[in-house]
Design a protein around this ligand. Structure first.
Ligand SMILES: NC(=O)c1ccc[n+]([C@@H]2O[C@H](COP(=O)([O-])OP(=O)(O)OC[C@H]3O[C@@H](n4cnc5c(N)ncnc54)[C@H](OP(=O)(O)O)[C@@H]3O)[C@@H](O)[C@H]2O)c1
Length: 433
């Protein structure tokens, strides 16, 4: 029986889940894989906190994670510290020292994924990061293996549980953004400082990783358009419901026939008939379309100690199989090396537009003329009755148009004196076949 030494750097939420489940399901994992795994060492800032997570009589504890990279009894390094500087150095040194590496660190991958996957390929060592996207859902493995025969046409993902919890709460209970966020924090679905999640950056990190697996190149983070959920207005949830939609934070990776790939994260109107609209609470889900398979759907827990540990342990097993003589998964994929990134302003979508319009005959015609001048069709117009004041909400559903033209039209309308402030523009995703 082949035995692999494991070194875990970081015994927090995910690290403790990995340590616990590697022991709890040791026999099952060994029966299925033929491998045995022994946690040889763990790095953490306060070794006293390791008690109850690992057995200190069997597991060496250190405050210096680099000790793991130089420990000859360790074959697989599991990086679960978070942050970027220390994990980057640890992963570099571990790969150079001939160790396999597993991480859940999406922020690091979005920043250094290209460099680290190239380094792993150079040293011919496995480098797994399944847990970096959608926690326990094996979506990267699906892209890498199950969908290997496909050109990936589109990925639409709900990949941030914090945002999905907040959006579901607002849509289902009518609560305010602030109350839904406070509830998420109370239940442990949101951090004390929720910025990374609610402003869309965490979803953007995952979008970079998804695009790399789907299209073989690492999109620079700054080229992924990001818009979070903190500025959404309650009335847009009400109008969405009335029009048959649900607002979700959607991470999109879409390829075009010319090889260009668009990648963005933003609140999106999802039609209630689509399965993503019914993904609620902190769950994640991804709809992935391939040219051979067609539409596929992945659903599950996107975070948390046990679901994330499930993905980390799967990577540990894959790493052991590769070290044992198999092939390391091919991560530095070269199939789209020359792919281009489609600038966000050139990407196309239908839009929901809400304006505060002057309640006077002719206003609608004035606004419609501006859209027409930019070749943007309007498919629906709605104005709630009996709204007090000089300005009333005007809801327009616009046909598919380039982002740039929609922005130009809205800027033009803003200068006409018929609206009382900036327009709200939210994309609609109709999931056309
Ligand atoms: N939590 C999730 O559900 C989840 C899901 C998917 C991916 N991830 C990713 O998994 C990674 C870990 O997340 P987590 O939620 O487990 O974080 P966490 O609970 O904060 O755990 C990180 C642990 O690493 C320790 N640590 C940090 N820097 C260290 C260093 N230089 N040397 C030794 N120990 C160090 C921390 O100690 P201190 O507490 O003393 O700083 C903490 O115990 C992150 O990259 C995260 O993005 C998390």
């Amino acid at each position: 029986m082949e035995t692999f030494g494991i070194g875990i750097a970081g015994l927090g939420v995910v690290g403790s889940g990995v340590a616990k489940n590697l022991v709890k399901n040791a026999e099952l994992i060994t029966q299925r894989t033929g491998f045995k795994f022994e946690i040889k060492a763990a790095a953490l800032r306060d070794p006293a906190l390791a008690h109850g997570i690992v057995d200190p009589s069997k597991v060496k504890l250190t405050t210096n994670s680099m000790e793991l990279a130089n420990d000859p009894s360790i074959h697989i390094i599991v990086e679960l510290m978070g942050g970027t500087d220390a994990p980057r150095t640890l992963i570099q040194e571990s790969l150079k020292n001939g160790k396999a590496v597993v991480t859940a660190n999406k922020a690091l991958l979005a920043e250094c994924g290209e460099e680290l996957t190239a380094l792993a390929a150079h040293h011919r060592k496995p480098f797994g990061f399944e847990a970096s996207v959608a926690g326990g859902i094996p979506v990267l493995k699906a892209l890498r293996e199950g969908l290997v025969a496909n050109n990936i046409l589109s990925i639409h993902g709900i990949v941030n549980g914090t945002c999905n919890y907040i959006l579901s709460q607002i849509a289902q209970t009518g609560s305010t953004y602030g109350a839904a966020l406070a509830e998420a924090q109370k239940l442990g679905f949101a951090e004390a400082d929720p910025t990374l999640d609610v402003e869309g950056f965490d979803a953007m990190h995952k979008t970079v990783v998804l695009a790399a697996l789907a299209h073989g190149f690492w999109i620079p983070q700054e080229m992924v358009h990001v818009q979070g959920i903190s500025k959404l207005a309650s009335e847009d949830f009400a109008f969405a419901k009335m029009l048959g939609y649900t607002i979700k934070l959607i991470a999109t990776v879409k390829s075009h026939p010319d090889g260009a790939v668009e990648a963005h994260v933003q609140p999106t109107f999802v039609p209630n008939r689509h399965v993503l609209a019914s993904v609620s609470s902190s769950f994640n889900a991804l709809a992935i379309k391939g040219d051979v398979v067609g539409e596929t759907l992945f659903y599950g827990r996107g975070a948390g100690s046990d679901p994330t540990a499930s993905a980390v342990i799967a990577d540990i097993v894959d790493a052991a199989a590769a070290l044992s003589g198999g092939h390391a998964p091919h991560l530095g994929a070269t199939h789209s090396l020359y792919a281009k990134i489609k600038p966000y302003e050139e990407t196309m979508a239908p839009y929901y537009i809400r304006l505060g319009a002057l309640d006077k005959p002719g206003t609608l015609a004035t606004i419609a003329q501006v859209f027409a001048a930019h070749q943007i069709g309007i498919s629906s117009v709605f104005q709630p009755k009996d709204h007090p004041g000089d300005f009333v909400p005007l809801i327009l559903l616009c046909d598919t148009a380039p982002e740039r033209d929609v922005r130009l039209a809205l800027a033009g309308i803003a200068g006409l004196g018929v609206v009382n402030g900036p327009a709200t523009a939210i994309r609609l995703e109709e999931f056309a076949p």
